[in-house]
Write a protein that binds this ligand. Structure first.
Ligand code: SF4
Length: 98
């Protein structure tokens, strides 16, 4: 075993620890991320169920298609939003983090 403080030899393992960059928060860990609702307009069939389950955030237009208020989902509504997304018959209601 080489003595401490020796010059690096070609057979020594590389010292990866010294090359590491400082840890940065991943985008998903950033505090600026928020959770939003989105409707896939291709798969939505205007059942209107989502507006019944989450009237705080979703209203319907004249044809029964949802209008999302666009605000981040408040923490107290997140579970309701998840239920509404799960209940959508065509899985058109999506929860996404931005
Ligand atoms: S429940 Fe689903 S299919 Fe029905 S209006 Fe809402 S998003 Fe569209």
């Amino acid at each position: 075993m080489p003595a401490m403080g020796h010059a690096r030899h070609a057979h020594d393992p590389p010292n990866y620890h010294c090359r590491r960059t400082p840890a940065r928060p991943r985008p998903c860990e950033s505090k600026s991320m928020s959770t939003h609702l989105r409707v896939n307009p291709i798969t939505c069939e205007a059942h209107g169920l989502c507006a019944e389950l989450l009237p705080e955030m979703i209203t319907l237009d004249d044809w029964g298609y949802p209008i999302i208020d666009g605000n981040p989902i408040a923490p107290e509504l997140l579970e309701h939003a998840r239920r509404a997304a799960a209940a959508c018959p065509t899985l058109a209601l999506l929860i996404e983090r931005r």
